[in-house]
Design a protein around this ligand. Structure first.
Ligand SMILES: Cc1cc2nc3c(=O)[nH]c(=O)nc-3n(C[C@H](O)[C@H](O)[C@H](O)COP(=O)(O)OP(=O)(O)OC[C@H]3O[C@@H](n4cnc5c(N)ncnc54)[C@H](O)[C@@H]3O)c2cc1C
Length: 316
């Protein structure tokens, strides 16, 4: 029987949304290939229990060490992939997933497809955007097992009535250990995981004008703040909010770009968003070529008007 191994991430003991999608994709593949889904957690287990059956897992293996170890987690995943004769190893294309995918593929002497947005369950041909989203590559992994990382917001989460069997297994020791993770304290969702994002660029004029974006984010449920690199380099916003080639890759349902020109390196991080709204006073700004809706205007006028209308809708 075909095994689809899903490597999951938790944060503060909770399964990360990106990992819920990984489980959903694993379930879809397993159903199409008459297989089963084995979920592996290599960090603090938290709510990684029988309830993961509801997200598509048949079996949950918990190999949590005291601290996350990238080489240890990769070795554990490779061992489990061999023991279960996994056909596919899936993980989220998060910072941690990107760190692990190459290590796992190397240990299994196989290739990997990174940052995939779709897969054909029969042929196992993976789809991934390349050149900043300007082209799409179709990839088939040559090797005994296909390792693939999945871009967030592209694979549906499965919800079903089921319980998974849970087993504790021994983690492989690693040489490197994460000692502390200093997470930014914010009531807003992480830009990489949010379904809605409003991002500001240099056209916002300065950090003192960010309240214009915050007001909109406050009016729209689950909206995260993002930023262009120009803004982060200027010290207006933290790097954790940067979207683009050297920042985070996002693909929310809605991406609002305010005062952002649309440089290729920024597009690389957000071009696969479902609906893109661009606000820019320059009608020739490149972002308009990628926008679903374009508003030519000054952010200082457009954003307050938009906020007022959204507040009237009482969406929260
Ligand atoms: C190797 C490398 C990696 C990079 N990685 C990234 C990355 O990860 N993310 C990223 O974003 N960039 C990245 N960049 C930088 C990128 O090339 C651009 O310089 C950057 O995206 C520009 O940011 P911006 O659009 O905010 O600023 P600008 O290009 O200065 O654009 C500002 C825009 O605001 C508009 N504007 C000005 N005033 C107003 C107003 N009052 N109302 C409405 N609109 C207004 C202007 O018309 C303009 O279009 C990278 C570059 C390199 C070389």
């Amino acid at each position: 029987m075909s095994t689809i191994l899903a490597l999951l991430e938790t944060r503060d003991g909770k399964l990360r949304p990106a990992s819920q999608e990984v489980l959903g994709a694993a379930r879809t593949l397993a159903d199409a290939r008459s297989g089963r889904v084995v979920a592996l957690v290599t960090e603090s287990a938290g709510d990684a229990d029988a309830s993961l059956g509801g997200f598509g897992a048949d079996e949950v293996l918990v190999a949590s060490g005291e601290r996350h170890s990238p080489d240890g987690a990769a070795a554990t995943a490779a061992r489990v992939a061999r023991e279960t004769s996994a056909e596919v190893v899936l993980l989220a294309a998060t910072v941690r997933g990107r760190d692990l995918q190459g290590r796992i593929a190397a240990l299994l002497d196989t290739g990997f497809a990174s940052d995939c947005t779709a897969v054909d369950p029969e042929s196992l041909v993976w789809t991934r955007p390349v050149y900043g989203g300007r082209a799409v590559a179709k990839v088939r992994v040559v090797g005994p097992v296909a390792v693939a990382s999945l871009r967030g917001n592209h694979f549906p989460v499965v919800r079903r009535e089921a319980e998974a069997e849970v087993k504790e297994i021994a983690p492989e020791p690693g040489q490197a250990h994460v000692v502390t993770v200093e997470a930014k304290q914010s009531a807003r969702p992480d830009v990489a995981e949010a379904a809605r994002v409003i991002a500001g660029g240099r056209g916002m004029g300065g950090p003192e004008n960010w309240h214009l974006l915050e007001r909109i984010a406050d009016a729209v449920p689950g909206m995260a703040l993002g930023a262009s690199r120009a803004v982060v380099d200027a010290g207006w916003r933290p790097h954790s909010e940067q979207v683009g080639q050297t920042g985070k890759t996002v693909s929310p349902e809605l991406y609002v770009a305010a005062g952002i020109s649309g440089a290729i390196q920024h597009l690389a991080g957000m071009n696969s968003s479902k609906v893109i709204v661009a606000i820019n006073r320059d009608p020739e700004a490149p972002i308009f070529q990628h926008a679903t809706y374009g508003i030519v205007g000054d952010v200082n006028e457009v954003l307050p008007a938009l906020a007022e209308e959204l507040e009237k809708q009482d969406l929260q």
